[in-house]
Write a protein that binds this ligand. Structure first.
Ligand code: ANZ
Ligand code: ZN
Length: 814
């Protein structure tokens, strides 16, 4: 008789028991617990398949470690600030807080349905003043440490709504960038905004990547590119102005010097012009007296920053080549980026593609100074950017470019070795409501002043519906007095980028209720870093880079010992559906009604390695469902049958050793996050145990141990099923709190023996052509003391009459 596994009832029951017994709560006194974290979800209102996979992975690992005897920290919280809540509130005539709270309730329920084992006593929600006050507090500590800057930066501006638009609020219509609400073409505007100077840590962020051995190389490479460390030289050019080109005025004024950054300083003899960005100091100076420059700067500024053309304007300034003394024209050009390097370049058209384009456009000379190995290369048509031998470079002629690169820098005062980074400072200002208010008061006399610590948090005022930033409209909230001089002053109305919230949330889980600090520093020294962090690889840069930056900054503030937040990082692959990324719009497939929530977990874990993409198919889900039914049915049958054999025979030893082998193999797979392979081991053992039972009346102790092993091994992936089987077999205790199984015997010795048997079997089959030997027969064969002889006998049997067993044995063992 088989009992049906009623998943709904089973899930509900064990979830109740776990909660009643607080099994997932971590004691604050724990010493160095294993910290397992999944990227906390944005409170969109519903879990999608990516979340389920993410959290199934962390949950399985957390449960595995717990059964291994570790204290485990496995918390959950909500990334609750951000524009979507504000938009939803605007559209649904509610407010972001109510909307977000409703989302959290629903999502928490969904997580609970899945049976994930979180320590909910540590739940955090970033939009709560209890949480975001620490964003403000940290902002102020950063401010004191000069990690905060207030500078003009361009924003998207809708002239009709008179409001700043986030990038996500800019739509593309026929190549035009328009406002998402009124479809007016979007312009650019300069506003003073707040930055974290992450670039102060560029070198450490770059260098530290080499040591992050627990991170996927792909993610490290993305960060490396993002940081964009480049070695090269800073080269100083004297620049002078010829006041309009009229000789008789004779008042050429010295405009000073311009530094350029180049990764190829050895090409300096090929420089035929100098170009500065529209935002460069020299440009500003030139624009005062040169209308053409002023006009060019105006048009360049309103343009979309992403579309780089090779337009530019020649100026009346002249640069002196520091090595040859030649005079070079100076241009203002928008392809020279203001915040890259020094915001100025020496133009080497023969060896740099962009300079080549610019030179062609403006009729500038192209002078080859590196001879490529391939004589056919013509730098008039295309820049040659490779290495080669120097020519047209005076005393450096004939040198290899790589060697000359260092030499030229070492031997000339105008050149100095330098490093630049592509990484920009982190603009944290958002002209939106639903975020952490930046704790600043603007005073006419004192400038920006930080809000005193004892006045934190600066809480958000009530939400009002407006097209612009509701904080601008909150007059009463905005008007305040200057903390320094007491004069009337206005609050900063920018809020923080939500990536600030997620940069340190992993720390808040250590002591979520702490009232006088963002986190308990002693516990942080003890519990950190995060041992395993799992999430989507779309976070390879922003979030994961900001978190690293925060950790280093906090260490420099004396709050942390660790300088890296995450030891091991796992980026989970995508769940596909008909070849596309699975999304909520594909229907409610997260929790298939007929199979139950746990089937989903088991399926996403057993389908593929966590880092691999896989296809969601009804068939494969069915496979996970069947495994559940099988394991449950086996435990139920065992209990129902009762009557078992006590005496022990040879093949019982075989099964016993197979149980040991499975434990060892599955443990290894769990260690390496290869849950899909652990599932395969489990399936195989289940198959063996079924045949064991069919073969003969099984030994009760061996059989029971096998079934308990299955319950324990499946429990991290399918905890409800694990509990149900465990409970059936033992009648007491929880599998979540059970010890991870250990082999009874010597697995290594047994492995060798098994290999030997397999090889012998093959040999036998080489001699006598028979079909595959059945598993039950093999069981007997393997466990028998005189197995070699019996192997031969068996094969002979299978092959039929006329074969002499002794002859086979002779041939096998001589
Ligand atoms: C002269 C030179 C000669 C360069 C040469 C390269 C090759 P990539 O090209 O990605 O390796 N650069 C420096 N500052 C810049 C700015 N503000 N805006 C635009 N371009 C800038 O990046 C390094 C090169 O980018 C630098 O090396 C510089 O051009 C250019 F045969 O200097 B090079
Ligand atoms: Zn003041």
């Amino acid at each position: 008789m088989t009992s049906h596994y009623d998943h709904a009832q089973v899930q509900e029951f064990w979830q109740y028991v776990w909660e009643r017994d607080d099994v997932y709560e971590l004691d604050d006194d724990a010493v160095d617990p294993t910290y397992v974290l999944g990227m906390f979800p944005y409170t969109s209102g519903t879990l999608h398949m990516g979340h389920v996979r993410n959290y199934a992975i962390t949950d399985a690992y957390a449960r595995y470690r717990r059964m291994c005897g570790d204290d485990v920290l496995h918390p959950m919280g909500w990334d609750a600030f951000g524009l979507p809540a504000e938009n939803a509130a605007f559209e649904r005539k509610t407010d972001p807080r109510s909307w977000t709270e409703a989302c959290i309730r629903r999502m928490r329920e969904e997580l609970e349905t899945m049976g994930f084992g979180y320590d909910w006593s540590r739940e955090i929600t970033t939009c709560e003043p209890d949480y975001y006050r620490w964003n403000q507090w940290l902002f102020e500590r950063f401010y004191e440490e000069d990690l905060v800057e207030y500078e003009a930066a361009a924003v998207n501006w809708c002239p009709d709504c008179e409001t700043v638009l986030a990038d996500a609020q800019v739509s593309e219509t026929d190549g035009d960038r328009v406002c998402w609400r009124c479809e007016t073409p979007v312009g650019r505007r300069e506003l003073d905004q707040w930055f974290f100077t992450i670039t102060d840590y560029a070198e450490e962020l770059h260098e530290g990547l080499d040591d992050l051995e627990g991170w996927p190389e792909g993610v490290r490479e993305i960060q490396r590119n993002w940081i964009g460390r480049q070695e090269g030289a800073r080269i100083t050019f004297d620049v002078s102005r010829d006041g309009g080109g009229d000789d008789d005025r004779g008042d050429a004024s010295n405009a000073g010097t311009v530094d350029v950054f180049s990764t190829r300083p050895e090409t300096i003899h090929g420089a035929t012009y100098l170009a500065v960005s529209p935002g460069h100091d020299l440009t500003r100076e030139l624009a005062e007296t040169d209308d053409a420059v002023a006009e060019y700067v105006d048009t360049a500024r309103t343009r979309d920053p992403d579309e780089v053309g090779f337009d530019g304007v020649e100026t009346d300034a002249t640069a002196v080549h520091p090595l040859t003394g030649d005079e070079l024209p100076v241009y203002v050009a928008s392809y020279v980026l203001e915040d890259v390097g020094t915001g100025a370049v020496m133009g080497v058209p023969a060896h740099n593609e962009r300079d080549h384009e610019f030179a062609r456009e403006h009729g500038l000379p192209i002078e080859r100074v590196i001879r490529p190995a391939d004589a056919d290369v013509d730098v008039e048509t295309k820049a040659y950017t490779g290495e080669g031998v120097l020519e047209g470079s005076g005393e450096y002629d004939g040198m290899e470019s790589e060697a000359a690169r260092e030499r030229i820098v070492a031997e000339n005062d105008a050149l100095e070795a330098d490093v630049t980074y592509r990484l920009r400072d982190w603009l944290i200002s958002r002209q939106r409501y639903w975020g952490t208010p930046i704790p600043i008061v603007h005073c006419d006399d004192c400038g920006p002043v930080t809000v005193p610590e004892d006045e934190l948090p600066v809480e958000l005022p009530e939400f009002v519906r407006t097209t612009g930033n509701p904080l601008d409209a909150a007059e009463e909230w905005k008007q305040t007095t200057c903390p320094d001089c007491g004069a009337p002053a206005e609050r900063e109305t920018d809020t923080m980028d939500t990536f600030v919230d997620s940069s340190w949330y992993y720390l808040r889980f250590l002591s979520p209720d702490l009232a006088d600090a963002p986190f308990d520093v002693d516990r942080a020294d003890d519990w950190l870093p995060v041992d395993v962090y799992v999430g989507g690889d779309e976070h390879a840069v922003l979030h994961l880079l900001y978190t690293r930056f925060f950790t280093k900054a906090l260490a420099d503030l004396g709050l942390l010992e660790e300088r890296e937040p995450i030891r091991e990082l796992k980026s989970q692959g995508t769940v596909l559906y008909d070849g596309e990324k699975m999304s909520s719009s594909k229907g409610n497939v997260v929790v298939p009604e007929e199979y139950g929530a746990e089937t989903t977990r088991l399926f996403v874990l057993s389908a593929a390695h966590p880092e691999q993409d896989f296809e969601w198919t009804a068939n494969n889900v069915r496979g996970a469902y069947d495994l559940q039914q099988t394991l449950y049915g086996m435990a139920a049958d065992f209990v129902d049958e009762g009557d078992t054999r006590i005496e022990r025979r040879a093949h019982d030893d075989y099964v016993s050793r197979e149980i040991d082998r499975t434990i060892a193999a599955a443990t290894e797979e769990y260690e390496r996050f290869r849950f899909h392979r652990a599932a395969t081991e489990i399936r195989e053992l289940a198959r063996l145990l079924r045949r064991y039972r069919e073969y003969d009346r099984p030994n009760g102790a061996v059989h029971r141990r096998g079934l308990l092993t299955l319950a324990a091994l499946i429990a991290p992936m399918a905890p409800h099923l694990g509990e149900e089987c465990w409970n059936k077999l033992r009648g007491e205790g929880l599998v979540v709190e059970a010890d991870w199984p250990e082999p009874d015997g010597n697995v290594a010795a047994y492995q060798r023996e098994r290999q030997l048997v397999d090889r012998t079997l093959e040999d036998v089959r080489d001699i006598v052509d028979v079909a595959d030997i059945d598993e039950p027969d093999r069981i007997e064969l393997v466990v028998a003391a005189d197995w070699k002889y019996r192997a031969a006998e068996l094969v002979a049997d299978a092959a039929g009459d006329g074969i002499d067993v002794d002859e086979i044995v002779d041939r096998l063992f001589d």
